[in-house]
Design a protein around this ligand. Sequence first.
Ligand SMILES: [Zn+2]
Length: 699
Amino acid sequence: MRLYILQLWAISLFAVAHSFATEKEQPYIDFIDAQVTVTPDFNSKSVTGKVIYTFKVSAAISSFFVDAQQMNITKVVLDDKTTSFEYDDKKLTVNATLQPDTNHRLQIEYSTTPKKTLYFVHDYQGRDQIWTQGQGKYTSNWLPSFDDMNEKVTFDLSVIYKKGYEVIANGVLKETKTVNDSLQQWNYDMTQPMSSYLVALAIGKYDKVVETSKDGIPLETYFYPEDKDKYEYTYKHNKEIFDFLVTEIGVEYPWQNYKQVPVKDFLYAGMENTTATIFSDAFVVDKIAYNDRNYINVNAHELAHQWFGDLVTETEGTHHWLQEGFATYYALLAEQKIFGQDYFLYKLYESAEQLTALSQSEGATSLLDPKASSLTFYQRGAWTLFALQKLIGEANFKITIHNYLKKHSFENVTTADFFVIAQEVSGTDLSEFKKKWLENIAFPSQEALDILTQYDFIKNYLALAGERTQPLAGKWGTLVKALEFPVNDYLGQEAVYQLSGDTSQEAIALYDKAFETNNLFVRQAIASSLSSVPTSLKEQYETLLEDESYATIEPALYHLWANFTGDRAKYLEATKDITGFNDKNIRILWLVLTLSTPEYNKAQHPKYFEELVSYTAPEFHFTTRQNAFAYLESMNAFTDKVLLNLVNGATHYNWRFRDSCRKILDKLLQSETYQKKYVDLKVKLSQSELEYLKRKMDL
Ligand SMILES: [Zn+2]
């Protein structure tokens, strides 16, 4: 899984709280395969289903269980006989005496309205979209299965849904069958076992493109039919990443095919379900957005998990870095292939800085703490692999990875399993290394720096960064050099940031030079850091509005509008057709600025205000809604529609969005005016919205 928030640069330090058993919960029973048939119903957000497990018993048992959260269990059949069972809303227990070395068959029929794990959303066109998120949420919320990751099963899913939709699940689509005039059945087949949290389902309106990897693996990439023009940049380098990782990891891709499906309002950046990655459609990008927020990293990260996580799976949370650290490291290697070595090193430098800061805070943990932060699991995990590769050498590292994956294929693993092999292959005593990188709470910052400074780029970067506290006069020549052709993205940006908005003659000369680099990232640094624009730079600053970067255009538009009041209409006219990212960053800013510019299109202002309000509605991506709410709050413009959409947002399943809405709502409810308004509006609220509001005020 890749947390969205990392991609957006803001590092979140919340712990991934898992508690998993260290051994198989049911050691004498092995579930082999599962034939699943499910029928989701969009209107009632429920699912009815049947699952048939075959299993082996290795020692006499008198009972066994399957995890099933808050289901209505209608029938249980053991070896062709309907059987009684106990059910406590969490575990379905069958009391039966079973002999050693026997095979059995268990059939469970059920229906349920899952509170989580299976999500029913309307897409942007109001069509059905249904998808799962198993990790951290438990697949047993919609399918009787195993919360224990150590129980690996070959899951074959059959899904019955409306004709005209696409159904994507784990494995290969064997056939589709007509059920009746309106329903169809999709039969998927898996040939290898996996943990239950990797079982997945996605239903929606999609088109797809199928490429074939160098090794003949079908790569199916899905997209909304209306996003045809975004296909190219969303899945840019897709096949290249796949072929690269197969070669780099040195073990053939373990599954039958690989599918990727974007969905709306996803909880994370992406999820590595076996053969079927589901990812946030915030990564569906056009040519310009590709420069700022592309899918490359998440694409490579989830793909790397198909080996690290799906093929070999941690036994418990202590070893979570075996999944996230490895996926992060291999994604970075794939990015290096595409964006170059400076990119790779800069990312490592950046994460070393963050890990050093974390080390000095209360949240510091070792890498083997199951409650470690995601920064630790992902970035310290990746650093550990980079450092290990440096220590034992590239060849030994590759052999270690190969042997580790081969030895433990389709099994569960611990950190010791990996290091036993690394030690064997390299003939090196790794106990000191393990202490430093895995067991100690402090991140080994000095060791990380020693590795990084073997590279000229990092040496040059650190020399420049060392000038930060110098007055401009003392470092002018150094900054000029950093902005000289051919400018390095990172050195150029650093030089601009060191000017920190200074508008002296000396600084202006440097900004002049920075503009002329024509480097997208250097110019982006100007747009975001030079907020009071001197008249002598006005003309150049205006050219930022034409850069191929929505992250540049947004602050540039705002700063120009704020600095040159006489030209506001001109700037608004120049940007009136730009939407920006999927959160509509430019369009929403444009609407807000236009509403504050009486001389520009005054007659249209009511229409523009309506448009701004409309972006708070559920049919838009939650980041668009979040953006619109934030601006409307700053304008103190809470119309009835906004108030209703705000409560709707406060009950959303996506906690980041939900919390931002709740914060605004809590503030509003301190005023009697808004309390009264909500009393008037209560007939328009849904049951769950009403219940939420009742907990906050008298209704
Ligand atoms: Zn991950």
